[in-house]
Design a protein around this ligand. Structure first.
Ligand SMILES: *Cc1c(COP(=O)(O)O)cnc(C)c1O
Length: 362
């Protein structure tokens, strides 16, 4: 029997539930179901959180990334530098524009190794696309410097990192464009699909407001796109759910701190520093990944191998790209995510700790 679930979706808090129902009711009543007033309000909130001039609500994080690249004019013959370790949405967004991905190896914290980017830049490089994996932010300062030095666009895949902030700024505030997902597995989670793009550029924002709607806002198509608008109902519910985000991040942070205190040495634990990053997932490295995962699952702890394959190793891409990324390869073989969702108590986290310790004793 599963005692500690990996993710625990569903609204358990009755107060929150009635607020959500009220938000839905308001949308049902006002009837502006496409790009209703909640969309603008949600965009304003996201722009404010990220310290940016504009936010453009879209249907998903994948749409956000794809349209971001399209609005920068990226396509056939262009190269986009990214990491091999991400949810495949990152790679699909690049390849669907027609551009070629170039993979740079990662650090042990699962983010792109900023020291290896320079060597991957060619005359065809148009953009850097770092991914803030698990909510941990990339080393943004050197990445921003490289983008400036080589006159490249910088697009942040911040799908996993809404709410993460380092001293220099929030996730999504560093790039030409920052992309978020609000799907149910992310930090700020909708009751379905949603995404946002943020930017300081008036021109790009205007272009993106068109692109999310067939490129045809105003009834005159300038750039053929699919329909990628954010849903008004989701925006309305996100405006309620944003009020519990902080609490949720604090809980997963507290669990992460406990895990790292208790488990460091047995497994390679992520570094836990105050407010440096959020813990969408708490992912450790261990050579005994398969056995530990099986053991925990048997003992009622729903641990997960979230990224069994690097993006370019998946069927659609296998053999297409030269991959010289040994750290990413090793991480993909050793990563295991422990449950750290906000519905969990610290006692349950302690239970997970004990089961991991038990495994390593036996
Ligand atoms: C979830 C995710 C996406 C895609 O977001 P969707 O809203 O599911 O389309 C993109 N990149 C990363 C890193 C993600 O984790």
């Amino acid at each position: 029997m599963t005692k500690v679930r990996f993710r625990n979706l569903g609204v358990k808090n009755q107060d929150l539930k009635s607020k959500l129902l009220k938000a839905v009711e308001e949308v049902l009543d006002h009837g502006q179901w496409m790009l209703g007033p909640e969309v603008g309000a949600f965009e304003e909130y996201v722009a404010g959180e990220c310290g940016r001039r504009h936010a453009i609500g879209v249907g998903s994080g994948t749409v956000a990334l794809y349209l971001a690249l399209k609005s920068l004019g990226i396509g056939h013959g262009d190269e986009v530098i990214t990491t091999p370790l991400s949810w495949v949405a990152t790679l699909n967004a690049i390849t669907l524009t027609g551009a070629t991905p170039v993979f740079v190896d990662i650090r042990e914290d699962f983010n792109i190794d900023e020291t290896l980017i320079r060597a991957a830049i060619s005359s065809k490089t148009k953009a850097l696309l770092p991914v803030h994996m698990m909510g941990k932010m990339c080393q943004m300062e050197p990445i921003v410097q490289l983008a400036k030095e080589y006159d490249l666009h910088l697009v942040e895949d911040a799908a996993q990192a809404f709410g993460a902030k380092i001293e220099q700024g929030a996730a999504g505030s560093f790039g030409t464009l920052g992309c978020f997902s609000m799907n149910p597995m992310k930090t700020l989670a909708a009751v379905g699909e949603a995404g946002v793009i943020v930017t300081d550029s008036d021109e790009l924002a205007e272009d993106l407001f068109k692109r999310r709607y067939l490129g045809a806002l105003g009834g005159n198509c300038q750039a053929p796109e699919l329909n990628g608008k954010i849903d008004t109902l989701q925006a309305a519910m996100l405006l309620v759910l944003k009020d519990v985000l902080h609490e949720k991040l604090e809980r997963s942070f507290a669990i992460a701190r406990l895990y790292s205190q208790e488990l460091d040495g047995l497994v390679v634990c992520p570094e836990v520093r105050n407010r440096e990053h959020v813990f969408l997932s708490y992912t450790v490295l261990t050579e005994h990944r398969e056995q530990l995962n099986k053991y925990l699952n048997q003992k009622g702890v729903e641990s997960k191998i979230q990224y069994p394959l690097l993006m370019p190793e998946q069927d659609a891409y296998r053999g297409q790209y030269e991959l010289n990324t040994p750290v990413a390869k090793r991480c993909a073989a050793q990563m295991l995510s422990l449950p750290n969702q906000d519905g969990m108590s610290l006692e349950e986290a302690q239970f997970v700790v004990e089961k991991v310790k038990e495994f390593f004793k036996s």
